[in-house]
Design a protein around this ligand. Sequence first.
Ligand SMILES: [Cu+2]
Length: 615
Amino acid sequence: MLTMNRRGLLGAGAGAAGLAGLTALTPAWARGANIHNGVIRSGSDEVSGSSIDLTIGEGPRVVQGRRGHAIAVNGSVPGPLVRLKEGEPVRLNVTNTLSQDSSIHWHGLLVPFQFDGVPGVSFPGIKPGETFTYDLPAIRQTGTYWWHSHSDLQEQAGHYGPIVIDPAGADPVQADRDYVLLLSEFTPMHPHAIMDKLKKGEGYFNYQKTTWTDDYPLSGEDRRMWAQMRMMPTDILDVTGSTYTYLANGHGPLEGLEFLFNPGERVRIRVINGSAMSFFNVRIPGARMQIVAADGQNVRPVAVEEFQIGTAETYDFVVEPTGEAMTIVAESMDRSGMAVATLASRPGARAAVPALRDPPLLTMADMGMSGMDHGGGMAGMDGSDDSISGMDHSAMGHAPANPATTSAAEPMGAMDMGGMNMRDTSMLSPDVAVGPGLDMVAMNPVDRMGDPGIGLDKVPHKVLTYRDLVALEPNDDLRTPSRQMEIHLTGNMERFMWSFDGKKFSSVSDEPIRFAYNERVRVKLVNDTMMAHPIHLHGHFFELVNGAPADRQPQKHTVIVQPGGSASFDLTADESGDWAFHCHLLYHMHAGMFQIVTVAPKGDAPEQERVGEHG
Ligand SMILES: [Cu+2]
């Protein structure tokens, strides 16, 4: 096992590790049959080459004694690691043995739109019994990505897996070992049952609700204020550890996933948040992690002790483990559970697993009232657009005192909320539809690129923020954006309605967001809700406007927009076709936080009138 490198890594520590490739018998999944007579395996195999076969099946799955129904690809959850090579084409033959339509979307991959894999947007979906071939031309990128179903709620049931693309030349990241850590969730509950419960009551899965006798650091006044607003300061994640078991490469925290190392080695871990609904705080007590890539793109190495990873994001880090063993902790953002893996110097070596930390509370900033704490009032809030170099937080009275400090304010101070209108829709542009789908408007949505994420603003160590990300190589499009577009993330928490600009996505007849081919646009996302949303654009990378020099703005495919705040990115729309643009929280997308982005065909003259443009 110690010599194992790049092969069979996902299953390392699982009983079945590495065996699949050795078996002479063709397993059931490879024959295209359903997996009715075998239990779905945890952890996965690796597939590579110029032609790759993937078979979608279903069957029973057991995680830490809890049994559920799952969808698996090639018989495991996660499905196989798809290992590709920069510069080489690949044909991916995907067979659907389910009794319902399915699909695979290659998350973060630059592909022709007809192979992006979103039913209703770029292709019709894969019918039961059908095989669809994704015929991808030479791969134009390197790094860590993942794939998942874009049909119904299949992703929650296990239909996802990792992708690693090896560079054609030398890898700028030097490591002795290379592991994938795919974080996700298991639940015995059917995904549609979860959706129904969320529709019936937003706090259904929140077992950390405030009560008049809890220990939360809230005054009676704070509590009255939250109650008045019909909001919950512990409403951090919609679905929690009350039903989820958090998974590391398909293994529950008690199932002992381990990554082996020899003392002195540099270990690269490719962390993929392949969950349906969870943000994770990742740390290795006693170790520093060098973040070397974000969403597959290399960044200047930055040393941190913790980072938050939103749903659908990926981060690669390098660590030099010491001692017998170290624990990789991926705590859910609401601290209701964790996924666990071990860096082990020999099989079976274990380090202490820290207890879950106290649940965090939402703050004034999460309510879109940044700058209104500290008695600062409205001074300095002009609502104007961020400058090209990003917004200067010091102007808002939030000069960071240490790298982990952010625009996040104290947990709800004793502040009179009487004069504040959380539903002042006059602050919105006329393009935003005001109706039952919108129950809150951020009063002062400041740029929160410098925010480490909910619950991490007060920890005593260095936490990654988007401001730390600097592209390793210069970007190739240095044009100043020719227009700015503003998109509001809207919702009604109580009714579990989610949307862009107050308009729930219902069909392809909705007016898409249009870009001219090769147009350079600055998109500002304004989060009018009190939840963090990971917003994902298909088929492109965009550059975070995070204060990095224009040629080094980090490229990402997914951006977390913090509650009550904003985030901006620059986009060169140079991949023609129709693309999905959505919140990557599965049930938010399902509830309507989804839109289609249309990039005009190459060679078309720029359009004069553009839908979706906000002033
Ligand atoms: Cu969302």
